[in-house]
Design a protein around this ligand. Structure first.
Ligand code: HEC
Length: 149
């Protein structure tokens, strides 16, 4: 896996061009979305262990909070219409209920921005509360817009 990724990065840097890309394929749009979601899962998992005191903070909670915030701010562009390809868990409501979906994204970006602030502030209670809001914003969207497993 690691080797494959390194090879892909090497191939990419060899061919990378900063001219406009062609329209993203539905498959690539889906894979990219899953990669962003996986980043969210990684950061929230790490942040949760620090917030619960299982791992020392050493200043790294802010980094995970910023990682969540950065991915959250990308959500508006990772749901390309037509990208609910075969194995996708994206529900049609994402595109049928654009306003509701935009609100779910806004809830996430507000929660992650507040979490960055709390992490920077360093108050344990504020961090816990802000962290819970981030988790609720993930669930809030998944409940309505992702296939339930
Ligand atoms: C605005 C909606 C929305 C928000 C907010 C959101 N998700 Fe998702 N998430 C989705 C949808 C829709 C899918 C299914 C995507 C697909 O399969 O095409 C998904 C899929 C996932 C997956 C599965 C990826 C895979 O391997 O297939 C993970 C993990 C995930 N989300 C984690 C999170 C976490 C953690 C958060 C909060 C920090 C979060 N998501 C916030 C909509 C959202």
């Amino acid at each position: 896996m690691q080797h494959k990724i390194i090879a892909a990065v090497a191939a990419l840097t060899a061919t990378m061009s900063f001219t406009a890309l062609a329209q993203t394929t539905p498959e690539d749009a889906h894979d990219y979305r899953v990669a962003v979601m996986t980043a969210l899962r990684g950061h929230i998992g790490a942040a949760s262990m620090i917030a619960r005191g299982l791992v020392s903070n050493d200043g790294h909670l802010v980094g995970h909070a910023k990682g969540l915030d950065s991915a959250a701010n990308e959500l508006h562009r990772v749901f390309q219409e037509g990208s609910a390809v075969v194995e996708s868990e994206a529900l049609p409501a994402i595109w049928d209920d654009a306003d509701g979906f935009a609100a779910a994204i806004a809830a996430m970006t507000e929660a992650t921005a507040a979490f960055v602030e709390a992490a920077e502030g360093g108050d344990g209670q504020a961090i816990g509360a802000a962290f819970r809001n981030v988790g609720m914003s993930c669930r809030g969207c998944h409940d309505d817009y992702r296939v339930q497993n």
